[in-house]
Every structure is written in C-alpha cells, then in structure tokens.
Design a protein around this ligand. Structure first.
Ligand SMILES: [Zn+2]
Length: 85
C-alpha cells in the first residue's frame, strides 16, 4: 500500500486508509467521504459537524448533543476550519 493511501482528512483528521474513505472514493481527495461531496468539495461547516456527530454516535455510542460538541471541538483544531471561526 502506498503512503498516499494513509493520509488523514484535512477537515476532521480521520485517517483515510481505503479508497472508500476518501471523498468520492478518489485517493487524491483532500477530505474524507464524511466531510466532502463526491467531487471532493468540502461540505458546509454545519453539515460537516452533523456528519461527524452522526459518525461519533454510530461508532462511539455518544448521544447526539455530546457528539455535536465533540465534533465542533474536533473541527476547530483542523486546518480546513481554523480560519473560518
Ligand atoms: Zn473528514
């Protein structure tokens, strides 16, 4: 597996290991499939918060409010969002 397949999402930091983890299944994408549309464009902030919160609910069993808080804190530290806040 090439190094390029082990980047992390520029929006949420999710490690993208499989082509399916990348937006649109394209390993050249900068963002994961949770944060970006199939064409690789980053989704609007609120949508990304929501998508990441749902992921945390699913994967970690958090309740939705706690998951949204965590998603906002996570995104605040990422390069894709740092300048927008
Ligand atoms: Zn992401």
């Amino acid at each position: 597996m090439s190094k390029d397949l082990c980047r992390s999402c520029g929006s949420c930091g999710f490690p993208m290991r499989n082509p399916g983890d990348y937006a649109g299944g394209n390993p050249a994408a900068e963002y994961c499939s949770t944060c970006a549309l199939d064409d690789g464009q980053l989704k609007p902030y609120e949508e990304v918060v929501h998508a990441n919160a749902e992921y945390l609910v699913r994967e970690q069993g958090l309740d939705l409010l706690a998951a949204r808080e965590m998603a906002r804190a996570l995104l605040a530290s990422m390069p894709a969002w740092r300048e927008q806040r």
